[in-house]
Ligand binder design. Sequence first.
Ligand code: FAD
Length: 487
Amino acid sequence: MDGAAHKTPGTAVIVIGDGLSGALAAAALLNRGYGVTLIGVNGRPGQGTAYADGADIHQANGPASALSADPTDPDHFSNWLEARYGRGGIPGAGADIPAADAFVPRWLYGRYAAEILQAAARGGGLTCLGAEVTDLEAGQSGVRVTLADGRQVAGSHAVLATGLHFTRPGRDPAAGAAFAPWDIARMRALPVLADVAIIGSGLSMVDAVSSLAEAGHQGRITVFSRHGRRPEPRRLAPEWPDYLTGLPDRITIRALFALVVRQCRLAIVSGGDWQSPLDLVRAHIGRWWWASDDVERRRFLRHVRSLWEVHHHRAPPLGHARVAAAASRLTHIAATVQRVEADPGQTGPGHADSRQAVTIHHRPRGGEAVLALGFDAVILSAGVEYDWRRIDRPLVRALLRRGLVRPGPLALGIDATREGRVIDRDGEAALRLFALGPLLRGLWWESTAIPDIARQSFEIAEIINPEPALVSDPGAGPWKEKVNEPD
Ligand SMILES: Cc1cc2nc3c(=O)[nH]c(=O)nc-3n(C[C@H](O)[C@H](O)[C@H](O)COP(=O)(O)OP(=O)(O)OC[C@H]3O[C@@H](n4cnc5c(N)ncnc54)[C@H](O)[C@@H]3O)c2cc1C
């Protein structure tokens, strides 16, 4: 996919991050004729953590009909699957399943994203660099990024597509001894009856339990999470009448919650599925979150967030079946993990000593006392750190230090305008610096899933205007403007 940018150096749009956000933003820009320099640590555009090469049991959490990467064509992914594999041949899906209803392995989605980028780059214009961006300067005449090896790359604009940064419970370096939820190869080296802890109970926990099963593990599994809830299974629920479109942008979380619960109950008593009315919320949550004030948003975090997480972010069928199959060996502990302590002599695959390799210090929900439990191995499925002030990556620190970004609402990601123009420390919107994906969680609440990223990448490509004249003439026009966003 390497190739020379078809515009002169410095006029390409620099896309930082080569996960799904970076790949789709790059493709959308290329499709509009812009040169793109795509820079990513991974070096395999489109994959990121979510869609990296992996096992079939790690499925995308929605049917293909919900995962189009083209917001103008909802059938784009289903059609791609059919064209590539034909009906009945889709990896991981049953022979009788129509492409639109298929739950596919996530690695397959990575291929789809990579092909979208390849197709967009067919006419030239794409340069891919496998490197970490450590610094960024933005000025009137363009942007310049610095790479970890000291090289510098200039462009007309930059798009931050740096994605997810994972949390480490207790910020304890010992947590570095932990397994990733997808690391089946490493899990295979564990004793079959190893006593395993999983920190976190969301969808990555489902991946972790699936990976353990794939690795042949048959021992005890203890899941630690603050609330003790776990994801519901995703079903292909029947349609439900739209009861939300007429609602105003400003609505209290209490009123909304009551309305949604009422509709879910109605669905159950009428022989339907509560998932149908709940799923209609997704299309509106962004406008409600945007229009809310921080008091109302905090109310959502306090009272609704964990319910939303397990009922909306539901487990795909295979993963849910694996968790159900392990139920008799699985214990949930509702607790805050304070520290993970690893015995350096005991971690790693296959240790034979009877002493346990990892101690988890945790405070059970509602209690004061900190307890300690020992395990043979620990898997970190603890979720994402959205507060940039806590992320220890060079680019994140540099952007904050330079004042080019500021924390977003409730310190979830960074601040930006509706179209993704990054807002700086002084409250001014950049004309040359954009962001999309998980970084914008504070603006929309849901800004991490495939449909969000697909939409945002299109929107960014539509408003970026890399006019060569503006790039070559430092005096031409302002490079940031005062934000005047409506409430
Ligand atoms: C395990 C998992 C499963 C998921 N499953 C689903 C699903 O089924 N359906 C769904 O809709 N969503 C799912 N998601 C949500 C998912 O986050 C998004 O769909 C998407 O993968 C996010 O892509 P991204 O490019 O924004 O971030 P990432 O995937 O995190 O990619 C960012 C990339 O940028 C690189 N990078 C970061 N900083 C720099 C830098 N300074 N310089 C160079 N490179 C950098 C990173 O190394 C990384 O490769 C899942 C997420 C995870 C983690």
